[in-house]
Design a protein. Structure first.
Length: 441
């Protein structure tokens, strides 16, 4: 994929020079004021890293290189006869900042197909795990086993100039992304389909091939996978999976090690595992109410009961967003087009009408609106994928596109190892009394 690689190098050299000049002139300026509460509360809102591929606006939602999700749906190349963007095109856009042509995307699809050669020992390593092991654990183990292919790790041990780091990170990224659908699908077929594995297609695009390997060959499901893999791919650099990948990569760990670390963060209930929790909560609600089509009044009563027990309504609220997640909206539009009468989809929409007013009435929730997780499960169930504990694996396959393209940028720009300053509460008490300085030199 020399065109993509050379285009990236041209972009990286130009931006690297711009950053050097920017820091020379403005490096001592304060980019923000850190409050004591931020140090104790997860560093929320602190601007402390550069992440080139996407930016999250609290009021407008995620933008990939400046493009909103509706703009991507309109402008990115699509499969023949399809209406949803191809994830390969978004990867190209995030890496270069340029909208790819259909020819560019087709070439990238072909390149990933040619690289999708997963070593046999990867599947043997997954098979060593008990079948009841959570799908995310199996997926991460598979990726760690793929690390034997790392060109960066090999070249670094041989000794290479740091200016060459990005090139081998690029190759690792391309190989890793190419192999992810087969590894992820292997986990699914092993755990839920009695080990009845399928062979990759020699013609389908990345998302379409993933759908095929999972065992869902309808064109509508392929379209869903293309949309899903596009909208879940990135969410700027501060979220747990992106930041973890960035942090581990800053130690010059290769993409396999770094992405596996990021996936372990994605597996947390407060991050990517939420998509599993949403559909689980809806199933539990239907069971508790004794109906698959609860009314708005029944949903309201169940929501209030959930909140009164000190629990949250999964899929609602976001650390940054202050509006309905555009990714939720994109999935709702997909459902209106392809499955408007689906009972479960209609429950999701009824929950959407019910939950925000209740959360607003509490006066404690800054963002009562749904996020991406609130809708995705219902779409998957419609096509027969009811194994909700697998959903986060789908999220993980998608997230590779963003965090690994960002990793290539980090190495190309020579970003150093990440090492923020930490303090103890005793230090803080001394600082509050004016006895010592704790913030910087």
């Amino acid at each position: 994929m020399e065109k993509l690689k050379n285009l990236f190098k041209e972009k990286a050299d130009k931006l690297g020079a711009e950053i050097k000049d920017l820091l020379k002139e403005h490096g001592s300026k304060k980019i923000g004021e850190v409050q004591l509460s931020q140090a104790y509360q997860g560093m929320r809102g602190i601007t402390g890293m550069v992440y080139e591929t996407s930016l999250l606006d609290a009021n407008e939602g995620i933008r990939f290189r400046g493009f909103s999700i509706p703009e991507l749906q309109k402008s990115l190349p699509k499969a023949d006869g399809g209406s949803e963007p191809l994830p390969e095109g978004l990867f190209w856009l995030m890496l270069t900042g340029e909208m790819p042509s259909a020819a560019d995307v087709n070439a990238l699809s072909a390149d990933w197909r040619s690289r999708a050669k997963v070593p046999a020992h990867v599947f043997k390593t997954i098979d060593a795990l008990p079948i009841e092991t959570h799908p995310m654990t199996q997926f991460v183990v598979g990726i760690m086993a793929m690390q034997t292919q790392s060109q960066f790790a090999k070249k670094y041990s041989e000794g290479i100039n740091k200016k060459e780091y990005w090139s081998f990170i690029f190759e690792d990224t391309m190989n890793l992304i190419a192999g992810l659908p087969e590894v992820a699908a292997y986990v699914y077929r092993r755990k839920y389909k009695n080990g009845n594995f399928l062979k990759p297609s020699s013609e389908l695009d990345w998302g379409g091939n993933f759908a095929h390997l999972l065992g869902y060959d309808s064109e509508k499901f392929r379209e869903l996978m293309r949309l899903y893999l596009t909208i879940h791919s990135d969410h700027e650099g501060g979220n747990v999976s992106a930041h973890t990948t960035h942090l581990v990569g800053s130690a010059l760990s290769d993409p396999y090690l770094s992405f596996a670390a990021g996936l372990n963060g994605l597996a947390g209930p407060l991050h990517g595992l939420a998509n599993q929790e949403v559909i689980k909560w809806i199933f539990e609600m239907q069971k508790a109410l004794g109906t698959e089509t609860p009314s708005s009044q029944q949903i309201e009563q169940y929501v209030r009961k959930t909140l009164s027990e000190g629990k949250v309504v999964p899929g609602y609220g976001h650390a940054v967003l202050r509006k309905t997640d555009p990714r939720f909206t994109a999935q709702a539009e997909f459902a209106k087009k392809h499955m408007p009468d689906d009972p479960l989809v209609n429950v999701v929409w009824r929950v959407f009408e019910t939950v925000p007013p209740i959360l607003q009435s509490l006066g404690k929730v800054k963002n009562p609106w749904p996020n991406v997780d609130a809708h995705s499960g219902a779409l998957l169930v419609h096509f027969g994928m009811k194994e909700y504990d697998y959903y986060t694996v789908l999220f993980g396959v998608s997230r590779a596109l963003g965090v690994l393209s960002a990793m290539i940028w980090s190495r190309a720009l020579g970003f150093p190892i990440e090492r923020p300053k930490s303090v103890t509460t005793a230090n803080v008490k001394g600082w509050l009394k004016g006895e010592e300085q704790i913030w910087g030199d």
